[in-house]
Design a protein around this ligand. Structure first.
Ligand SMILES: *[C@@H]1O[C@H](CO)[C@@H](O)[C@H](O)[C@H]1NC(C)=O
Ligand SMILES: *[C@@H]1O[C@H](CO)[C@@H](O)[C@H](O)[C@H]1NC(C)=O
Ligand SMILES: *[C@@H]1O[C@H](CO)[C@@H](O)[C@H](O)[C@H]1NC(C)=O
Ligand SMILES: *[C@@H]1O[C@H](CO)[C@@H](O)[C@H](O)[C@H]1NC(C)=O
Ligand SMILES: *[C@@H]1O[C@H](CO)[C@@H](O)[C@H](O)[C@H]1NC(C)=O
Ligand SMILES: *[C@@H]1O[C@H](CO)[C@@H](O)[C@H](O)[C@H]1NC(C)=O
Ligand SMILES: *[C@@H]1O[C@H](CO)[C@@H](O)[C@H](O)[C@H]1NC(C)=O
Length: 433
């Protein structure tokens, strides 16, 4: 029921924002002659297949039958690992985390191979609130699912990181704290055909959900919430994965709603509502001189509300590699600080970063049907490297004005080449080639 409500809310909101095929903007009428110049259609659109009909005799493994207490205080880790071990042996099993109960589970790795296992979270899984619990464990992770094929993580339950004590320890919150890693709530790694749906993720210690080295992922109907001031609490983070589909999610946290990291290809993000937070980000890429490569990404249908960035590509000076073939379309901005931004001078460090000659090459980036309001005067910012300019940027049907006053906004370009089609406001500063 709850799920249905999220999905319906998201859909209704997107329909209100984009009531018809011209996206409710008469100014866009002359923009119909768009050619699919750079953007290949995603090959996985028809190819993505997840586990088919499950057998009617599929077996349930309820954590309560494995000794869980479900009072939210007693440590239920052992019951979860025992239930996992049992369910993993059975084809199409369901691991059940029952409704109306709260289960305290410590840092745990749930490993495959298992056969088409589904974990149904109907109740709540809470993390130990104290970082002290992590003594002897890696502080990078809380719940890890790895080496799985056709794994489903689903249910209308809640995964609660109880991150408050971790946030207080963060060097971003208190500059006199040392900088340490805090756990990602759920990490799904080296897995194929993963489905994550209907869940609520909240108050993660650091990031909420990571896909790392996964092939074929579909994450849908997720609600991710954490306070605007919680440090590094990205919603969904994708690294080194391909054939990724993220649809119908509502995300509001203290960092990126969705972040896409290197070696991620063939990714589609559709119908996402984001805010508060730092927006939808590609990067940061090329940190510490590293090689990064991200390509063939589409963000189609998003509302960014009160975020510090809208659609951002960020890379460090001195990096190598490429971010290319990226399309952003049908996006509504509401009071966003940097609605459209490419920043090749990204520097998230205590010491200032020096300019260098190498940089991650940013090219074939399309912004199509992007409307709404900016909280700052600079609605479009392309800050590209002196030596590795951004090129083949296409702006098509963009209308961004300042929030409340609706005064005109401006564009900023440095070493940015590209072209425009249709109605563009603010006036483009791209260097035409
Ligand atoms: C959960 O709690 C609600 C409200 O107390 C109750 O109506 C429902 O039957 C309970 N469900 C289960 C599975 O215990
Ligand atoms: C995932 O697919 C890759 C490529 O087909 C394969 O090498 C790998 O073993 C698979 N991993 C799992 C966990 O099934
Ligand atoms: C920041 O951390 C220092 C050292 O841990 C502590 O003494 C200080 O009270 C903290 N400040 C705030 C505002 O929490
Ligand atoms: C944007 O966020 C504000 C503040 O949270 C909220 O009041 C408003 O309803 C949101 N607008 C939309 C269209 O979601
Ligand atoms: C980046 O990855 C794509 C897809 O795998 C590949 O075609 C391209 O050559 C890579 N680019 C670089 C600079 O390695
Ligand atoms: C717009 O965003 C700015 C900067 O984040 C914020 O200070 C301001 O309160 C917001 N205005 C509204 C009406 O939400
Ligand atoms: C780096 O280069 C940019 C663009 O030329 C310039 O605006 C910026 O001031 C330079 N930064 C440093 C630290 O030299």
């Amino acid at each position: 029921m709850k799920l249905l409500t999220f999905q319906t809310t998201a859909l209704v909101l997107l329909l209100i924002v984009f009531p018809n095929k011209t996206w409710g903007c008469e100014q866009f009428a002359n923009g119909d002659n768009y050619e699919e110049r750079h953007i290949r259609m995603p090959t996985w659109d028809h190819g993505i297949t997840f586990q088919s009909e499950e057998p009617s005799n599929s077996q349930d493994f309820d954590v309560m039958s494995f000794g869980a207490t479900g009072d939210g205080v007693t440590d239920d880790t052992q019951a979860f690992t025992d239930a996992w071990a049992a369910a993993c042996k059975v084809d199409h099993a369901h691991l059940i985390v029952p409704r109306n109960r709260s289960f305290l589970v410590g840092p745990t790795t749930f490993s495959g191979p298992c056969s088409r296992l589904s974990m149904r979270v109907e109740g709540t899984i809470v993390a130990p609130p104290s970082p002290n619990y992590w003594r002897g464990f890696s502080t990078d992770t809380w719940l890890v699912f790895s080496l799985l094929d056709s794994f489903t993580l689903e249910g209308d339950g809640i995964i609660d990181g109880q991150g408050q004590e971790w946030w207080a320890q963060s060097c971003k919150v208190n500059k006199s704290n040392p900088c340490h890693a805090a756990p990602t709530a759920v990490t799904i790694s080296t897995s194929n055909n993963t489905r994550v749906r209907d869940l609520t993720f909240t108050n993660s210690q650091q990031m909420h959900l990571i896909f790392d080295e996964c092939i074929k992922v579909h994450a849908s109907d997720l609600l991710v919430t954490a306070p605007e001031k919680s440090p590094n609490t990205d919603g969904i983070h994708v690294h080194a994965s391909s054939d990724v589909l993220i649809t119908d999610c509502i995300i509001g946290t203290g960092d990126d709603c969705i972040s896409i990291q290197t070696d991620t290809f063939d990714t589609r993000i559709k119908n996402v509502i984001c805010g508060p937070g730092h927006g939808i980000s590609i990067g940061s890429l090329g940190k510490g001189g590293s090689f990064s490569n991200v390509s063939h990404l589409i963000v189609d249908g998003a509302i960014l509300n009160g975020t510090t960035n809208g659609l951002r590509i960020k890379s460090w000076q001195g990096g190598q590699g490429a971010a290319n073939d990226i399309q952003f379309q049908n996006v509504r901005m509401i009071n966003v600080s940097n609605p459209i931004i490419i920043d090749q001078y990204y520097c998230d460090s205590r010491v200032p970063c020096q300019n260098q000659t190498s940089a991650v090459e940013v090219s074939e980036i399309t912004y199509k049907n992007i409307i709404g309001t900016s909280s700052t005067a600079t609605a479009i910012k392309f800050a590209c490297s002196d030596t590795v300019a951004c090129h083949d940027i296409l702006l098509q049907n963009v209308n961004l004005v300042m929030h409340k006053t609706l005064h005109p906004a401006t564009s900023f370009c440095e070493n940015a080449k590209g072209s425009t089609r249709g109605f563009i406001n603010p006036i483009s500063c791209l260097a035409e080639i």
